[in-house]
Write a protein that binds this ligand. Structure first.
Ligand code: FES
Ligand code: FES
Length: 160
């Protein structure tokens, strides 16, 4: 349904199917945080520059601050809340903790999602990434605290 300003969309978020009628101009980050109440996805620059708002759509990373929510119709969205299984953290989350790749934590949800997508890509191609490839993979996600070294070490640990 689309009556100019509002659209009815059906999608899956973290394995939960949802139907919502939303403003056609609503941004995905606002749908996720304000309508659905998942606050793990962080609003940073809101201009596509920092990656704090990264989520996965059908497994691919997007900046949710630039993405119109109506475009998730029929798709599968994964946010950081969708990664852990009960009390068990996702291996990416655990690696960041183990290697001290988290300080203030503001960048962490977006960083986790971009690393998750990179890990899947490498696994699919059966490649072990080098440091330069890891740096390139996370270059769109800004971290003001860690200096990146510990984050890079955490990613390396995912590919023993
Ligand atoms: Fe979306 Fe910075 S908040 S890229
Ligand atoms: Fe603070 Fe990355 S841990 S911005």
């Amino acid at each position: 349904m689309n009556n100019n300003n509002f659209s009815k969309i059906t999608f899956t978020i973290n394995n939960r199917r949802m139907v919502k009628t939303i403003s056609s101009s609503m941004l995905l980050i606002d749908l996720i945080r304000d309508e659905i109440g998942l606050k793990g996805t962080k609003p940073g620059c809101l201009e596509g520059e920092c990656g704090a708002c990264t989520v996965l759509i059908d497994g691919n990373p997007v900046n949710s601050c630039l993405y119109l929510a109506v475009n998730i119709d029929g798709k599968e969205v994964t946010t950081v809340e969708g990664l852990s299984q009960g009390d068990s953290l996702d291996p990416v989350q655990q690696a960041l903790i183990n290697h001290g790749g988290i300080q203030c934590g503001f960048c962490t949800p977006g960083m986790v999602m971009i690393i998750k997508s990179f890990q899947r890509e490498c696994d699919e191609k059966a490649v072990k990434p080098d440091r330069e490839q890891i740096k390139k993979a996370i270059e769109g996600n800004l971290c003001r605290c860690t200096g990146y070294t510990k984050i890079i070490e955490a990613v390396e640990s995912l590919f023993p």
